[in-house]
Design a protein around this ligand. Structure first.
Ligand code: NAP
Length: 323
């Protein structure tokens, strides 16, 4: 039977007005961002100090080295689609470092997904890989059958607390190049699959759950060469706002995160040469391309209890692209 959010809080001993581990995590993350916003060298100093603290305590995980409190997502189960590589890998690692058991979903690249799982377990976290191509018949049913099987194999109940709709790809093309087939594939993976993953997942999702959709700054900053991709992400953002209203009574929050240009396989050509990277770095006020962890840290906040009053929003995580 679904447990109420308030019940879980009481069980964890968090009382209003007292700083809980989730707040401490955010405070530390905010401290990290504050340092970052002042100057690049301050970031390095903050990060190095945190690493030193982690070393002194004998911790080895990347997250421990960043001084992030462990365990704020303890007893939570997360499904991260496209968790094998790129942004999804960083999200999976971060949620696992925060204590969640993570299903690392992937489409076809099993070795990357297994590598992600190995990274998580090597850091002391819990995860398992889950293959499930999206945009094909029975895609959603397959994902949940395998999720349930993976949880069952670990002796865990078939429940879900955090769904991150991250899997995606781009087919570039402006108005004269885009094809109906590309449009259908993009809509199938970026909009249709998230909707039906939610529909099928709601029966498993405990009250107080989190749905986080990875959108793109391309819905706000016009990129003519990514026309159909931008439209698919626009649909995902509409899904976010509308679902947030419907799921509010269950204390489930629904938000999107919109990255700018991030250094991943998806847009390798944008950073294949120093010249190309400089062009795309210049979109950000920080004059660099995003890193997967830049996005994962925002997702971690939205997955945490600290974000309980934030829903139906699209959080820009593009380093100030288009300001
Ligand atoms: N990178 C950027 O600059 C950027 C900017 C804005 C938004 N985004 C969004 O961020 C998300 C992650 O992108 P990324 O840059 O991390 O991409 P990536 O490194 O190419 O990784 C994409 C992930 O999605 C999975 N995936 C792709 N198509 C799939 C399908 N049909 N079925 C199942 N899984 C599929 C891949 O699975 P396999 O590993 O099995 O192939 C992989 O795990 C995407 O939604 C993307 O639109 C990225």
């Amino acid at each position: 039977m679904a447990r109420r959010l308030a019940g879980r809080k009481t069980a964890r001993g968090h009382s209003p007005g007292r700083e809980n581990p989730a707040s401490m995590t955010l405070n530390r993350v905010c401290g990290f961002f504050k340092g970052y916003s002042r100057a690049g060298d301050r970031v390095v100093a903050v990060r190095d100090a945190a690493r030193e603290t982690g070393r002194r305590r004998g911790r080895t995980s990347a997250t421990a080295q960043l001084g992030v409190a462990m365990g704020t997502l303890k007893d939570r189960t997360a499904l991260v689609t496209g968790g094998g590589r790129g942004i999804g890998r960083a999200i999976a690692r971060r949620l696992a470092a925060d204590g969640a058991l993570v299903a690392v979903h992937y489409g076809s690249d099993g070795s990357s997904a297994r590598e992600t799982v190995a990274m998580i377990t090597g850091d002391g976290g819990r995860a398992f890989p889950l293959r499930g191509p999206l945009g094909v018949p029975d895609d959603v049913r397959t994902v949940y059958e395998r999720l349930d099987a993976g949880l069952n194999g670990l002796g865990e109940p078939a429940v879900l607390d955090i769904l991150v709709n991250n899997a995606g790809f781009n087919v570039r093309g402006g108005v004269t190049e885009v094809t109906p087939q590309d449009f259908d594939r993009l809509m199938a993976v970026h909009a249709k699959a998230p909707l039906f993953l939610v529909q099928e997942g709601l029966g498993r999702m405990r009250d107080g759950g989190r749905i986080i959709n990875i959108s793109s700054a391309a819905t706000r900053v016009a990129l003519p060469s990514s026309l159909a991709y931008s439209m698919a992400k626009g649909a995902l953002e509409a899904l976010t706002r509308t679902l947030a209203k419907e799921l509010g009574p269950r204390q489930i929050t629904v938000n999107s995160v919109a990255p700018g240009f991030v250094r991943t396989d998806m847009n390798r050509q944008r950073w294949a040469t120093a010249e190309a990277e400089a062009v795309h770095a210049a979109y950000s006020v920080f004059d660099r391309m995003g890193r997967p962890a830049d996005i994962a840290d925002v997702v971690a906040f939205l997955a945490s209890a600290d974000s309980r009053w934030v829903t139906g929003q699209c959080i820009d995580a593009s380093g100030g692209t288009g300001l």
